[in-house]
Design a protein around this ligand. Structure first.
Ligand SMILES: [Zn+2]
Length: 440
């Protein structure tokens, strides 16, 4: 006779874990409300220490070891507004891989139009309201509940779970994930799977984002009296010619360029370019200046462009296309001169659909929600760019509760059921990735 197996069946273990999440519903809501109550507005980067200490205290009491890391000297870091980050790690009983949940702790300013207290964490009709509820304190709370429930239910798991709360995602992530990746916290030797619980909806897996190329174009002229513009050379008219050329040739070309990336919304499945700003002529007067401008021909005009590009395009090709526009204008205008300054660039990234973290989360979505996940790509970048580029980790996705359209809006909220469902998905994904599927 053989002894009956000492373990539950894998289906039984799954049910036990899902019940453990369900039983923590009140804890999840309280945690989300607490996080919303810490006003981590960025800029300037307020209350980072407070929220990191809150997270550290909680996770320490749940068996995690805590590292508090200040990005000293990073952009925006000061004694008044220090860039604090927290990383918590809980080891399993056996060696294995590490799954890391990364959430940004900062939120954008509240703006106007709120009907609830933006930092009150009001619970109403199954939704928690407040700045950051959706983007992304609800996702952070869901990942904490998932990790705690998993590790408490299966303490014999293999590998490790990490949870980080990081600064400054809303302003580029240089005092947060970029800093940590530079210091080796996101390297394939210590972290193998990364899930970023940004609000992409509970049934979607976000594989990556489009690329970004920012540049400033300056056209030059010669200053003269405005009553005799023929004695000068207007940099603004030169810039106008650049804009006209863009409208005639560049914008139609961009609109015709489509991608295989499943970008949402679908209108972003093509190359795009925003004219971010234009300044020409005299500097803007101080707001309290009540006089008139002086009459001068503009000697300089500057335009900042924000070009979002596709995985099928190259950064060098994007740059060359702008150079070609400028050179065509130059060929037509005798006195045209320009300077092109590159400001910022991020390559597009898209994790493969058969990457382990994608297949684990996709299978968990099917188990919890009974449907196949939608694979999406973000039109704009988020911290995956640093994990991919600096950390050289390509097994990374964004997955979390919340409706993306609500991010940065007044009366932002996250649904409690959505947080519970996505916590279940995250916990089942941990089961798959950390060897708790059936045999531990
Ligand atoms: Zn976000």
């Amino acid at each position: 006779m053989t002894a009956s197996p000492p373990f539950q069946s894998s289906a039984g273990r799954r049910e036990t874990l899902l019940a453990a999440i369900e039983s923590r519903r009140d804890d999840l809501v309280a945690l989300t409300r607490d996080l919303i109550g810490i006003p981590t507005i960025n800029p300037p980067g307020n209350a980072y220490l407070e929220i990191c200490e809150y997270l550290g205290k909680r996770l320490k009491s749940r068996g995690f070891t805590i590292e508090m890391i200040r990005a000293e000297g990073a952009p925006g870091d000061s004694d008044k507004y220090p860039r604090w980050n927290v990383i918590a790690r809980r080891e399993g009983a056996h060696p294995g891989e590490c799954v890391h949940f990364n959430s940004h702790i900062d939120v954008v300013e509240t703006g106007s139009g709120w009907t609830v207290d933006p930092f009150g964490g009001e619970l109403k009709d199954g939704k928690v309201y407040g700045r950051g509820a959706c983007d992304m304190k609800g996702g952070l709370a869901a990942s904490i509940i998932a990790a705690e429930a998993f590790a408490d239910t299966f303490p014999e798991f293999a590998g490790a779970i990490e949870i980080s709360g990081t600064a400054d995602e809303e302003t580029g992530g240089y005092g947060g994930v970029a800093w940590l990746a530079e210091k080796g916290w996101f390297s394939p030797s210590r972290v193998q799977h990364v899930i970023i619980p940004e609000p992409l909806n509970k049934d979607r897996v976000c594989l990556g984002h489009r690329g970004v190329w920012w540049a400033e174009i300056e056209t030059r002229g010669r200053i003269a009296h405005g009553s005799m513009p023929f004695l000068g050379d207007s940099a603004i008219r030169h810039m106008g010619a650049v804009l006209a050329e863009m409208e005639e040739t560049l914008y139609p070309a961009l609109a015709g360029r489509h991608t295989e990336m499943p970008v949402v919304p679908p209108q972003a499945r093509q190359s795009s370019m925003n004219i971010n700003s234009i300044h020409g002529g005299l500097p803007e007067p101080e707001p309290d200046f009540t006089g008139f401008p002086s009459a001068v021909v503009a000697h300089s005009a500057r335009m900042v462009i924000d070009r979002r590009y596709l995985i099928e395009e190259s950064g060098e090709g994007v740059r060359q296309e702008i150079v070609d526009v400028l050179e065509r204008v130059k060929a037509r205008r005798a006195t045209f001169s320009y300077e092109l300054r590159e400001l910022w660039t991020v390559s597009p990234t898209m994790t493969e659909k058969d990457a382990p973290v994608v297949t684990a989360v996709s299978a968990a979505i099917t188990e919890v929600l009974g449907l196949s996940p939608e694979y999406v790509v973000s039109p704009g970048t988020y911290d995956q760019k640093h994990i991919d580029r600096i950390g050289r980790m390509h097994n990374c996705i964004a997955y979390g509760p919340g409706i993306l359209d609500l991010a940065h809006q007044p009366d932002e909220y996250v649904g409690v059921d959505d947080m519970i469902d996505s916590a279940k998905v995250m916990a089942l994904a941990l089961m798959r990735l950390l060897g708790a599927g059936s045999e531990i």
